[in-house]
Design a protein around this ligand. Structure first.
Ligand SMILES: [Zn+2]
Length: 840
């Protein structure tokens, strides 16, 4: 903590405010260095003897402020700042700061960095590119690197003639310099935060622009990948139109480029006008990709474009507020993709993301969606499920509670009112209250500023009166109590719908004479427990549950099982009851995930029983669907076919299905969903020859999706020597550093070989931390949750205590707590499955 009278060492003083940057950069793609000059128009608001700004890993070679000279330059590498001591005091005025500097095109996937790929002639090619969020613009040029110090940026890049150069603004001129170089100038950007600026230089190609209401949209990609751009272009054009309409504000930039980068630490980044992506999320072959792969790409494209308004036009004041842009962009991503492909039923499949957030939020080590951020490392720790998925789920709950149209009006007025400036969370609630007359702030403060979520228990008395009560839902009984303002919707017989905001307790108007259903649209971020025989009533006398309701019911009951509030046998009975006639993809994904978790937790004796139960549950739907796609069925149905086949073969150990998957794997690919399932099945059940085959396919993979599919498959083999090969490849340069951490995570999850992967992590810890981008390390460690024996758990806990992960201590604490939850769950699973083995 920092005492209130100590200035925060990570914040810059406010006596000097940047207005406009004119930035010239000359990268050298052979020596991996760059030089630059920046002129900043500054407003000096108080007399100053020194100017402080951010710079990291840069050398300032000359400095001047207006007509005065600089007497000394002091670097503070710990706080990534530089102080320019002035020879004479500077009085309040408008002035100009001129700096020359040099730096390195690093390999760490942040700041100004290099990305390398091999072209079709087998030559290594280099791209110089940027990733500034949260606090890495300071690694490319000295600047006031805080989100509320907005300015305009006018960029000029001097680059080799044969390379393409792009930046956030539109190109205004390109001039050959006669020495093999050219100078490319770009139009000034809008007034925006430093973290949104970008520039990319390299052997790139572009699609022709498609114009959307005056904005040219292009997909830019490494050489030779133009045939994979149509899907992204179609999606981007749709989303740009969609958001201009939804927000009723024109796109704030002058052009929109979506750029595929071979090495990229995040999924994508919403740089103004120059959005950068991992290749797998932008370059798609519709013929070989699965619906899930296309949906992931569409999601991310929609998400980044929503940021052009939420984040870029209106920005959080400081990093504690990133949830505001991330949750809203995630929510808007669902809106846009749902409109783009209604048949994908995006709000239904959002249930899977909501589940992931619930799982973390049921731990005592969860956190409030918004919490204080001091250092850049605090900010790095915020890019997690609670910011994105729980944030988006609470926004969805609020939207449905207030009404979609009123919510939209409020969002429009919020964006208009705060364009080109910065906000705190309460500004959004104020806009919502003004637009709806509802106390949005009262309700939402309880969701945003405290961690956890409620369990709503419904009980009926002898007169069928139904009472609702809330308490904090947790996997651990030691959790501190808390309460929320819970917007609740209840459905009951005769089309009765009841809306209420639950404090501690409430009695419903509807009675339990027939049935009642809580959270019928599954948009409330709370768990439900039906007491007495309310659940039996609902299932027997209630309406036919829709997929969303079946999803939520299964999800809630599983959560209660993990929290020891429901016996596993009861969960399995409900699952079997639903499975028999289930035909929805999302419900099956939820169910097969749980079966796979049980498989991980089971010992060898219990596993046989689980395999039988899995085959019994999946069998009927699998036989209804068959292996052949029909003309009438939609994409989700075919996707379901892949999910069922995969689960039957792996968790169910069905030998016929395994044999058929092997045939498919060796035949020419025809059905992407089944091909993806077959790859997983062959790897899970395969031998060294299969490994070689997948390895070769990985090397020759014609699309980023196939590459990712084969890469993931390498972590599934169960032979020790094959696991060794995969692990070694994560650090010897074979696997890109952007992927290595995720491969290690998947290896840790390998039921047979996870321990081996853990030994590798402990032995190569320093190297892992050197080579893998820092923000991926906490996500890599998610894999430890699968290593749930008591002895391993204490070993892992001791290791991570001795080797703290400073860029995500809370995320690691959450993995460790979840690991303990799994240790206990493992014991109960063993008892239940073994006893079910003996039952007839
Ligand atoms: Zn985002």
């Amino acid at each position: 903590m920092i005492a209130s009278d100590t200035p925060d060492p990570y914040r810059l003083p406010r006596e000097v405010i940047p207005q406009q940057y004119v930035l010239r950069l000359t990268p050298n793609l052979e020596s991996f260095t760059f030089t630059g000059e920046v002129s900043v128009d500054i407003l000096v608001t108080e007399p100053v003897n020194r100017i402080m700004l951010n710079a990291a890993e840069l050398k300032i070679t000359s400095a001047k402020v207006g007509s005065s000279t600089i007497s000394d330059i002091q670097y503070d590498p710990d706080h990534e700042r530089v102080t320019l001591e002035l020879a004479d005091r500077l009085e309040p005025c408008m002035s100009q700061l001129n700096l020359c500097f040099s730096g390195t095109l690093n390999e760490n996937l942040h700041g100004f960095y290099r990305s390398v790929f091999t072209d079709s002639e087998d030559n290594q090619r280099v791209i110089a590119t940027t990733q500034f969020e949260p606090t890495n613009a300071r690694r490319a040029f000295p600047c006031w690197d805080e989100p509320d110090l907005k300015a305009t940026f006018e960029v000029t890049l001097t680059v080799p003639e044969h390379l393409m150069a792009i930046s956030s603004g539109a190109e205004t001129s390109s001039q050959q310099l006669g020495n093999g170089l050219k100078e490319v100038r770009f139009a000034p950007t809008i007034k925006m935060s430093t973290y949104l600026l970008a520039f990319v230089i390299g052997p790139l190609e572009t699609t022709n622009p498609t114009w959307v209401n005056g904005t040219p949209v292009r997909i830019i990609h490494p050489l030779g990948k133009g045939h994979l751009t149509a899907f992204a272009l179609e999606t981007a054009v749709f989303c740009l139109n969609f958001f201009e309409d939804y927000f009723d504000i024109a796109y704030p930039g002058d052009k929109l480029d979506l750029v595929a980068i071979p090495d990229f630490a995040f999924g994508a980044m919403e740089n103004m006008g120059c959005v950068t992506f991992r290749e797998a999320l932008l370059l798609i072959d519709p013929a070989t990709s699965t619906q899930q792969e296309r949906q992931s790409a569409a999601d991310v494209i929609a998400h980044e474009l929503a940021h052009m308004w939420f984040g870029n036009l209106v920005t959080m004041q400081w990093w504690n507020g990133i949830w505001l842009k991330e949750a809203l962009a995630t929510f808007c991503e669902m809106l846009a993709v749902d409109a783009f492909r209604p048949d994908w039923q995006r709000w239904l499949t959002f249930g899977l993301s909501r589940t992931a957030a619930f799982e973390v939020d049921a731990l005592t080590t969860t956190r409030a969606i918004e919490y204080p951020v001091i250092s850049p490392q605090d900010a790095e720790g915020m890019y997690d499920l609670l910011t994105y998925q729980k944030g988006a789920a609470t926004i969805r709950m609020l939207e449905q509670f207030l009404g979609a149209e009123k919510f939209r009006n409020a969002v429009q007025s919020y964006l208009r009112q705060h364009s080109y400036s910065n906000t705190e969370t309460h500004h959004l609630w104020d806009a919502l209250t003004a637009a709806t007359g509802q106390p949005a702030r009262n309700v939402m403060d309880s969701w945003i500023f405290q961690g956890g979520h409620p369990l709503i228990t419904a009980t009926a008395d002898a007169d069928h009166k139904v009472t609702l009560k809330q308490q904090r839902f947790s996997y651990s009984p030691q959790t501190e109590q808390a309460s929320w303002q819970v917007p609740i919707i209840v459905a009951a017989a005769d089309n009765h719908i009841e809306h209420l905001v639950l404090g501690e307790q409430a009695e419903l108007r509807a009675t339990a004479e027939n049935w009642v259903m809580l959270n019928p649209n599954a948009d409330g971020f709370y768990r439900v427990s039906y007491q007495n025989n309310l659940l039996t009533r609902l299932l027997q006398d209630g309406p036919q549950l829709n997929p969303l309701q079946r999803f939520m019911l299964l999800d809630d009951q599983w959560a209660l099982t993990v929290a020891k509030q429901l016996p596993l046998t009861e969960y399995l009975q409900l699952a079997a009851h639903i499975a028999i006639s289930e035909d929805d993809l999302a419900v099956w994904q939820r169910l097969t995930n749980t079966l796979s978790t049980l498989d991980h937790l089971s010992n060898n004796q219990g596993r046989e029983a689980l395999r039988q139960q899995t085959r019994n549950m999946i069998g009927p739907t699998y036989r209804r669907l068959g292996w052949e796609q029909t003309l009438q069925e939609d994409e989700r149905t075919n996707e379901l076919r892949g999910v069922l086949v995969c689960s039957l073969a792996t968790t169910g150990n069905d030998q016929n299905v395994i044999a058929r998957c092997r045939q498919l794997f060796n035949a020419d690919a025809t059905n992407p969903a089944l091909d993806a399932a077959a790859t997983t099945v062959v790897a899970t059940t395969g031998n060294a020859a299969d490994y070689e085959k997948i390895h070769r396919r990985l090397a020759d993979a014609p699309t980023p999706q196939l590459q990712l599919r084969y890469l993931t498959a390498l972590s599934l083999f169960t032979q020790p020597e094959l696991m060794d090969r995969t692990l070694a490849a994560t650090l010897d340069g074979t696997i890109r550093s952007q992927d290595a951490g995720f491969v290690i995570r998947d290896c840790l999850r390998n039921r047979e070989r996870g321990v081996q992967a853990w030994r590798f992590v402990t032995q190569r810890w320093d190297e892992i931390n050197q080579k893998i981008p820092s923000q991926i390390i906490p996500r890599m460690l998610e894999g430890i949750c699968a290593l749930s024996t008591a002895q391993l758990a204490s070993e892992i806990t001791a290791f991570l205590k001795a080797h703290p992960v400073s860029q995500g201590p809370l995320i690691v604490a959450q993995h460790l707590e979840r690991l303990q939850v799994n240790v206990q769950l493992r014991q109960r699973v063993a008892q239940t499955l073994i006893s079910s083995n003996h039952s007839p």
